[in-house]
Design a protein around this ligand. Structure first.
Ligand SMILES: [Zn+2]
Length: 383
């Protein structure tokens, strides 16, 4: 499948490139979608000022992480004269970029999002032909490099997918990451690392996706502590790169079981997305390495899967696949992230059942190299 083309720029002068891009497409009337406090604190507001000052800008600051259907619908309803806009700029974390994608997807039809999610045979959204410029302010989701957007409806997670949701221009400015609060930086970094790992073991991996994922894993693994704890320019540069590459990798493969199971942990227990994904990836490293002929979902076979897991393990500094999970948990502890379920508020069997009953996104679980049954998930989720 041919992927749509995206222009990409990585560098601390990304602002200038946005100005040039807007000039090139003659965009005068702009919708600017940003986060709330971080937009100012990161320095983005100040840096974008000269780029936007001569243009007509409608600025929407979204204060919600993990957008819900009603959040997106409400934002869409706030915009008058939709036909007069020439570009959307999204500056923020994955939730902000996903919100902008969802707005683009249902631009002319705010109710369309709800309809789309209710429909069994999901009809395609009809995204507005508006260029979308995405600038991530966290190193994690890689949303600036994917054609997916996550949205929640009644605590259930949905993914809206369309080629036209891939931002036409992605601009990664590493210096934006300096002011991200530590917990958010740690959790986002884990998301990038684990998206690399999941993409690498996905049954849909290709030579291209594994090359992207491999570089993402290596960069994230080597630089995440410095990026979170010291914020050196060099470390931020590499973490921002890792996040973008992992985004490009999952744009090809999609994510797998850890992501599928993570969504109810976020929706029901308020656990930061990347934190939940990190903890689950450690558990699925153990689970996947016990793949057998009977439960292998990858057509390339058990040996293929085990070889890929060995390659992942060695990138995580483990000499044996069995140690990889411990290496990942140690990395999380270095970043100040709790590594047990009770520490994250999942304390009873009833809590675990909520995750099990809501954690089977079939589209994600079947990307996993080893089939995940309900009883297997229950074992994997032991406190
Ligand atoms: Zn993620």
């Amino acid at each position: 499948m041919a992927m749509p083309e995206q222009q990409h720029y990585h560098g601390d002068d990304g602002w200038v490139k946005i100005g040039k891009y807007l000039d090139a497409i003659s965009a005068h009337r702009i919708l600017l979608v940003t986060g709330n406090r971080m937009y100012r604190a990161s320095g983005a507001e100040q840096a974008l000022e000269p780029v936007l000052s001569a243009r007509e800008v409608t600025h929407l600051a979204c204060c919600h992480t993990n957008p819900r259907v009603e959040d997106v619908t409400e934002l869409l309803e706030q915009i008058d004269h939709k036909e007069s806009y020439q570009a959307i700029i999204a500056v923020g974390g994955g939730s902000v970029i996903d919100t902008a994608k969802l707005m683009k997807a249902f631009w002319g039809n705010p109710l369309g999002l709800d309809e789309y999610l209710c429909c069994e045979d999901h009809r395609d959204p009809l995204p507005a032909p508006l260029p979308l410029i995405a600038m991530p302010s966290t190193a994690g989701s890689g949303s600036e490099a994917t054609r997916f957007a996550v949205v929640y409806k009644n605590k259930e997670k949905y993914s809206v997918e369309h080629d036209a949701l891939l931002p036409s221009f992605s601009v990664v400015v590493p210096s934006l990451l300096k002011s991200v609060p530590s917990h958010m930086a740690a959790a986002s970094g884990m998301d990038a690392l684990c998206q690399g790992i999941e993409s690498y073991w996905s049954i849909h991996s290709t030579d291209e996706s594994r090359q992207l994922a491999e570089e993402a894993i290596e960069l994230a693994w080597n630089w995440i502590e410095q990026a979170v704890n010291d914020r050196s320019s060099e470390a931020l540069h590499y973490m921002a790169r890792a996040s973008h590459l992992a985004g490009r990798a999952i744009n090809i493969t999609k994510t797998t079981a850890p992501h599928a199971v993570s969504y109810p942990m976020t929706a029901y227990f308020g656990i930061t997305h990347g934190h939940a994904v990190g903890l689950l990836t450690a558990r699925f490293l153990d689970f996947n390495q016990n793949v057998t002929e009977e439960d292998c979902l990858d057509n390339r076979g058990v040996d293929w899967v085990k070889t890929r897991l060995r390659e992942i393990s060695s990138k995580l500094g483990a000499s044996e696949t069995e140690e990889a999970s411990d290496c990942l948990l140690a990395k999380m502890r270095n970043l100040g992230l709790a590594t047990t379920l009770p520490a994250l508020g999942i304390k009873t069997q009833d809590d675990v059942e909520i995750i099990i009953q809501n954690g089977f996104d079939p589209a994600r679980v079947i990307n996993n190299p080893r089939a995940v049954s309900e009883s297997a998930l229950r074992k994997t989720m032991e406190c």
